[in-house]
Design a binder for this molecule. Sequence first.
Ligand SMILES: O=C(O)[C@@H](CO)OP(=O)(O)O
Length: 295
Amino acid sequence: MQFRSNKSGVFGGFLNFFFFLKGFLLNARRFLPLVLQMSNYKLFLLRHGEGAWNKENRFCSWVDQKLSENGVKEAQECGKLLKEQGVQFDVVFTSILSRSVQTAWLVLEAMAQEWVPVVKDWRLNERHYGSLIGLNRAEMAAQHGEEQVKLWRRSYDITPPPIDESHPYFLEIYNDRRYTTCDVPKGNLPRAESLKEVLERLMPYWNNTIVPEIRKGRTVLISAHGNSCRALLKHLEAISDQDIANLTLPTGVPVLVELDKSLKPVKPRQLLGDQDKIRAAIKKVEDQGKAKPSA
Ligand SMILES: O=C(O)[C@@H](CO)OP(=O)(O)O
């Protein structure tokens, strides 16, 4: 930018200032979008790597399964990919289920960012599948029909039948010490949840704990579960109650969501990695609800 006038005195000063302002505004038109783009927030969501029960096609939910061998590989591959892309995390949030914590560790290890703080909370847990926990999806589809299983798995506001004391996994879940650390008494923890109820328990944590980190400009990874990530995406992208049924996330694939200052997405979410493999992985998860003999 140049001062164009060589007139002297007060008038010349005003004129100079006028030209300076004009030049500034003309240039601002070019660099402002760039500045705004630079100030977008980058949020990464990750469904943990394949767990042992993903493989056996059983509803896993609040049962604390570790990653399968393949799940470990998926998490490591995810970390490698994020490292190649130059991602630098400032903080990681996980559920209190081992498969999401283990995934976060493996990702950070593959990125040589093990020092990054990892914060855990039950509010990021997988959806509570109630009495369906432990059951085989394909067998359920054979008994109740694929439509019913799809409703249980993907509808927004249908809650499966609740778990009770007679359920084989009831004590394993509710006697676990981790559930004494929650911000609600054990007796008030869910016994079954729809996706809507997942979103309701997730929102206070999102708003009070995760959003402040994002607003500080920190790069956040949420290493969680298929349905806690779906609930969050529904909120961020304002997906309708009907359309959310069509969103399925594959295991171990990082989802990049770029948000503006008001935390609205500035572009469609990106599932990072080989797109053919990602499509195949999504189909595999969808097909888990088909009435075929379990593998
Ligand atoms: O078992 C579960 O808890 C979830 C995710 O793994 O299953 P679904 O894909 O059926 O929601």
